[in-house]
Design a protein around this ligand. Structure first.
Ligand SMILES: *Cc1c(COP(=O)(O)O)cnc(C)c1O
Length: 373
């Protein structure tokens, strides 16, 4: 047998896997590290999922999540052909890379012309969602990571043009809006200017949009090269079920469908997401509660010497006082509160704190007071 190393593609050897936040099994842990919703799904969703657990589990689910797409089309006032569902929005993001971007090696020998020079490049801002570079690398594509302003706002199109690093000619650009882990929301008018300037496909990843002032969905229905990504995970308390989707032009959506697994969305996930859409009022009350807790926690931590960035999401990014952020991570963990710290230099002086219940926020504030004492 050949050496085990030589059984594996060199590209895979060099890969850096995405590092998800921990899911530790510590009793009474206050878990504020992965932007999960602190409130459970609606009772109607739980009932729908429970009612579906029977002998039907032996059957394949609907291959295109037909009912769910029909319900989403109604909600977003578009056609089911404008929608593709994924096993979490992570899957549709991965499909976008595989559908629109050439691997570098294939691009070298490519004969068919494309509309732009960067056919093998995935572009994104940094800091933003750390999955994007992983998706590009697994595909063998090149990356263009463009640094945001120091306050994590996004440069204007004019500034991007002057700055030279941004490339308006790449196959695929990811913009997280509102951004993570910075938390800032972007104005739809600014996003539209960016979309107009961009030659390739642009994905607006709206994972946190339900906690924001604006959403950019209309851009996906207006511009044929714009896709908006949404997920049931964060705002709709369904991380466990893995359901996300793109809205966009039917031709792009049809291309993405060709690249996915035939039964990519599990049946219970489809049922849970459909039931979610039947009880949106329940979730809107949760959004209001989370936004109120976010405001209160931001004020409380600011009083305690934290520098809290403005957020339009269900988390805040904050620079803690007195000790390095990494030490705060451990000190809070010792008090059974888990937050997130990233080692990347632009964000290593910050903690990312998911907005939990008011009681969890109060416990965090108490722990901080305790640490500062
Ligand atoms: C959480 C998150 C996702 C992934 O959501 P899933 O639907 O659970 O795969 C996508 N984009 C961003 C920016 C996220 O924070």
């Amino acid at each position: 047998m050949a050496s085990r190393n030589s059984l594996i593609r060199p590209l895979v050897h060099k890969l850096h896997a995405y590092v998800p936040g921990e899911q530790p099994k510590i009793k009474d842990l206050i878990k504020l590290n992965t932007n999960e919703n602190p409130y459970p799904p609606s009772p109607k969703v739980l009932a729908a999922v429970k009612a579906a657990v029977d002998g039907r589990l032996r059957l394949y689910p609907n291959p295109t999540a037909e009912n769910l797409r029909a319900k989403l089309a109604k909600l977003h006032r578009c056609s089911p052909d404008n929608i593709i569902i994924g096993n979490g929005s992570d899957e549709v993001l991965a499909l976008a890379v595989r559908t629109f971007v050439e691997p570098v090696a294939a691009d070298v020998n490519r004969r068919t012309p494309r509309a732009f020079t960067g056919a093998a490049t995935v572009q994104y801002c940094t800091p933003s969602y750390s999955l994007y570079p992983v998706l590009a690398e697994t595909h063998g594509a090149a990356t263009n990571a463009v640094v945001l302003n120091p306050d994590f706002t996004m440069p204007s199109v004019a500034e991007l043009k002057r700055g030279k690093q941004w490339d308006f000619n790449v196959a695929l650009t990811f913009v997280t809006t509102p951004n993570a882990p910075g938390g800032r929301g972007y104005a739809t008018s600014d996003l539209e200017k960016l979309c107009r300037a961009q030659k390739g496909v642009i994905v607006l990843d709206e994972a946190y949009v339900d906690f924001a002032r604006e959403n950019a969905l209309k851009l996906a229905l207006k511009h044929p090269h714009v896709l908006v990504a949404r997920t049931f995970s964060k705002a709709y308390s369904l991380c466990f079920q893995r359901v996300g989707y793109f809205v966009g032009h039917p031709e792009l959506i049809a291309a993405l469908h060709k690249m996915r697994d035939s039964y990519n969305v599990n049946g219970l996930g489809q049922i849970a997401a459909e039931a979610t859409l039947g009880d949106l009022g329940f979730y809107r009350a949760n959004f209001r509660a989370i936004i109120a807790t976010r405001k209160q926690l931001s004020r409380d931590l600011t009083k305690l010497g934290f520098r809290v960035l403005p957020s339009e999401t269900n988390f805040i990014l904050a620079q803690p006082p007195l000790f390095p952020a990494k030490e705060w991570l451990q000190k809070l963990r010792d008090r059974k509160i888990l937050v997130r710290w990233f080692s990347a230099p632009e964000v290593s002086s910050y903690l990312r704190i998911t907005i939990g219940t008011p009681a969890e926020a109060a416990a965090l504030v108490k722990a901080v007071e305790n640490i500062l004492r």
